[in-house]
Design a protein around this ligand. Structure first.
Ligand SMILES: [Zn+2]
Ligand SMILES: [Zn+2]
Length: 404
């Protein structure tokens, strides 16, 4: 066993590796970010027991792999399992992730601080996961290449038509009647506090004469666009002051010929991505069971906001999160993706804050306001759990209790 002074030194090194130096950070920031280390070490299965940590073995290949396009590739149902492929970056970790999240959600009164962020017990070496330090090394290079960091707008664009039930949907929200598109803009405005989120004029693939590869899926017959063809085209229409652009399309998408579909995908180099409603149906494709979306339900809104925020985070250079149950976890099925939390873990918040420059308390207070309203308009277990979580997190941030 290590002595107490040795433990302290190790903790400092690991903290720095995970979340970087906090010397210029406010007390509240320090309290929040160090929660990551606290939650990893205080959980019943701690970081030091479950991770093979060798800080000197810097594996460049792992970092490079994390930079690849992140796929959320989903299966089409049990009868099509042979074709289904989980997200490459986290393959194998998803079952553990779901189990931990279920445990999290079973506990309605989540007041135990270590439970705010539940570790994923991956077997991946810590040097292969995208720590804040690893992320910074990539982003600092990117900053040299462009002045992106000075651009404070996230643009959203509707690609082609949407059905009338979606266009005509209105929901009362803080004394106004808004569309599902407005709702997405409001949520992302809070999630990416510090940036401005804006829809631009919707576009038509035909009018733009965009040449996008498409197919009819050989089993379902569903029309699909090849997602990767959108990245350079969307990047080209991103206004000059835009940090990035995210498309939203009704049609189904697929990432490559041999794969079934993808909920959305983003490419950090192009600073563009696209999310589809194509797999938001209540029951995914199994003959005789499949149901199309015919109305805006709480589940549809949940899926939309989760997918958009996750894909946008990829455009901030963030790889899939291997540390905690986090909105940036990879996923191997629609269910996996939707069961993940709505929130980022402290390691991922640290990355996002570096670019967005938000105040953590302000961001969470805005999120709480948003979630209180969501619970009024879309009462459901998912939104309620998210609200309870954020209230517990705020409770921790506002108390004098600390784990520095
Ligand atoms: Zn992803
Ligand atoms: Zn995370």
């Amino acid at each position: 066993m290590m002595g107490s002074s040795a433990s302290k030194d190790t903790a400092t090194t690991q903290q720095k590796f995970l979340i970087g130096s906090l010397t210029r950070k406010s007390d509240l920031d320090q309290k929040f970010f160090k929660l990551s280390y606290h939650c990893l070490t205080q959980s019943p299965t701690s970081l030091t027991e479950n991770r093979d940590i060798d800080l000197h073995e810097k594996n460049e290949k792992c970092f490079t792999e994390n930079q690849h396009i992140q796929h959320e590739i989903m299966d089409l149902g049990n009868n099509d399992a042979v074709e289904s492929i989980g997200c490459r970056a986290v393959r194998g970790d998803n079952k553990r992730s779901s189990k931990i999240l279920n445990h999290n959600y079973d506990n309605e009164c989540m007041v135990s601080v270590p439970d705010l962020f539940l570790p994923i017990l991956g077997s991946k070496k810590l040097v292969c996961a995208q720590t804040y330090v690893a992320w910074r090394s990539i982003m600092d290079l990117e900053k040299l290449k462009s002045l992106l960091v000075k651009r404070r707008l996230i643009y959203l664009v509707q690609v082609d038509d949407f059905p009338d039930f979606l266009n005509n949907f209105r929901v009362p929200f803080h004394s106004e009647e808004i569309t599902i598109f407005d709702l997405a803009e409001k949520f992302l405005g809070v999630f990416f506090t510090g940036m401005t989120v804006k829809w631009i004029q919707s576009l038509s693939i035909a009018e733009r004469k965009w040449d996008i590869t498409s197919r009819h899926h050989k089993k379902t017959g569903k029309f699909q666009y090849l997602v990767t063809d959108f990245f350079p085209l969307l990047a080209n229409i991103c206004p000059k002051d835009g940090y990035c652009i995210m498309g939203l399309i009704w049609s189904d998408l697929y990432p490559k010929e041999e794969l079934n579909f993808v909920l959305g995908e983003a490419h950090n180099s192009f600073k563009s991505g696209i999310v589809s409603f194509g797999r938001f149906e209540p029951k995914t494709y199994i003959e005789g069971i499949h149901q199309d979306i015919i109305s805006v339900t709480t589940e549809v809104v949940w899926k939309l906001l989760k997918c958009l925020s996750h894909e946008l985070c990829h455009l901030f250079g963030m790889a899939h999160c291997d540390f905690f149950g986090c909105t940036m976890n990879g996923s191997g099925s629609v269910k996996d993706a939707m069961d993940q939390p709505l929130f980022l873990c402290p390691v991922c918040v640290r990355k996002l804050q570096h670019i967005c420059k938000f105040d953590i308390l302000e961001r969470y207070e805005n999120m709480e306001k948003f979630l209180v309203e969501m619970n009024k308009q879309f009462p459901s277990e998912r939104w309620n759990r998210s609200m309870v979580w954020i209230q517990n997190c705020l409770k921790y941030l506002k108390t004098t209790a600390t784990y520095l």
